[in-house]
Ligand binder design. Sequence first.
Ligand code: G3I
Length: 339
Amino acid sequence: MGLRRGVTFGTAVQGGWLDTEPAYAAMVAAEAALLVPEWEGKWSALQPQEGRFDFAPLDRILRFGLRHRRQVRGHALVWHQAMPDWLLTALAEGPQRARAVLEAHIATVLDRTRRQVRDWDVVNEVVADVAGSDTPQAGPGELRDSPWLRALGPGYIDLALRLARERDATLRLVLNDYGTESDEPWSLEKRRRLMRLVRGLLERGVPLDAVGIQGHLQMSERFSPEGFRAHVEELRSLGLAVLITELDVREAPRIAPDIAQRDAAVAERVQSFVAAGLAGGVRTVLTWGLSDRESWLLRDPDVARRDGAQHRGLPFDEERRRRPMWQALADAFATLPER
Ligand code: G3I
């Protein structure tokens, strides 16, 4: 898939598999022009103890990227998950301590990766989920109630972005989130919240270059191509790049008995979603894995199916054979003019 019609296609990878599974590595090299570490770029992997950084897992991906001349994007400097216990303790000790550990982490990680990683999800999943969504947040806030918010207040997002820009003047700074993809009321409200946050950041002169829309699609949710395209266009109108950063598809609780019907429904949604994003100005599309074999959708009990079936939400199946979703991506890219 790689580079097509001006679109950069990529995927989330795990360094351990790149090093130990030749078939996995070959598939990634054949399909992805851009890689994102699935977990190796997160705080718990990079700084498991205060001041003790471990870049070995991330280096596996960076070495693969160099060997195959693939770009690597960074994910994620500030997130409410993958936080080691020492960090949670530090954040609870007050804003000065919180700011100090944040600054040290951003400085060390950006300095260490700057030659190869030119695009980071600086803040990830900072907008509160809305009642009605599958992960609603209690309480009135429009920002996720997280250890970061409690330690530093709403300004932690401004601070993280400013610290990243101060450390690296040309890094692309990305705010990455999920749950604005569909036409359900909670998704439309989350879009509104995201736009309010982004407009506020820009009005305050906070450095921000792009928004990542994760794209963990749910077939149980209604989708409007026109609405999603308008959402992307509104972000683009603010001068921001827009990326689809973690595309995969969770099938509905009730699925057709026929595999071909299921795959066709997933492919249709993917083609519609990606084509709408491209029409709005997206030019980077990453899936969250390439084949079912390594998908969190099969691993994570929070999203795995309870009926014994497995989500068929990636371009390749467990045997690493292309499925209709692969063609749907190619068809979506083909909606753009030849370059
Ligand atoms: O931590 C171990 C590491 O020590 C070990 O060497 C390695 C060997 O495979 O495994 C690591 O384990 C787990 C890792 O996934 C690899 O499977 C971690 O314990 C586990 O927490 C981690 O889960 C990841 C999760 O984010 C939390 O970081 C998932 O793979 C990953 O798919 C998921 O991705 C998130 C995005 O970052 C944000 N958007 C939602 C998406 C899905 O939840």
